[in-house]
Design a protein around this ligand. Sequence first.
Ligand code: ADP
Ligand code: MG
Length: 238
Amino acid sequence: MASVELEQVSKSFGKTEVIKDMSLAIKERELVVFVGPSGCGKSTLLRLIAGLEEMSAGTLRIGGKVMNQTPAADRGVAMVFQSYALYPHMTVAENMGFALKMIGTPKAEIDRKVAEAAEILDLGDLLQRKPRQLSGGQRQRVAIGRAIVRKPDVFLFDEPLSNLDAELRARMRVEIARLHKELKTTMIYVTHDQVEAMTLADRIVLLNKGRIEQQGAPLDLYEAPANRFVAGFLGQPR
Ligand code: ADP
Ligand code: MG
């Protein structure tokens, strides 16, 4: 677990500034949900934190350490994407252990970490299957497993459930809440699903055009939206 702090962070692609002078402090173990309209900068923000994209200005700290120049692999973060491309020719166990294998982790240690993650995600019976022999929900659990084996301090989720049907989404929502409790890690979770945001978040951060429109506990935003935009997104019409 670690805190994540953004200080006056900006990001431009060419002349277009998509993250604008953003400051935000996320506490250890907090589950923060980013919501906002398509194109408002949610994915870009996650990618900046993950180190998949370079900031144009500002400071990023994870666990109190400045990470501006730190390569993605050394930041202690793991990201789960919406399109969770698993390697089709590898088993579930191999998919989950692949990142560890790449960094030269001994086989016995990989096996142990994969077994641990499989236990947490209830994938123990599926370890020798290939992705095509899994349901959508099981595949998404494998994708989360790939992140868990790396024991990250911070989990980043980018709309991880949006490819699943409503019933599965509801079940996975519960799983993710349980995971957060069990692993005690910091989580930053992007969704466009209002129910997901309201039920999962310790704090919701509503983004609009690269800025923070409003943030707070789910009920506070719901009951006291600062303006029509927030009300339209989460709260009641006023
Ligand atoms: P969201 O995830 O909230 O839908 P994104 O972070 O993906 O939004 O995108 C924010 C804005 O940045 C959009 O206008 C998008 O077109 C632009 N953008 C994202 N990535 C790139 C890129 N690699 N090059 C140019 N523009 C980009
Ligand atoms: Mg996105």
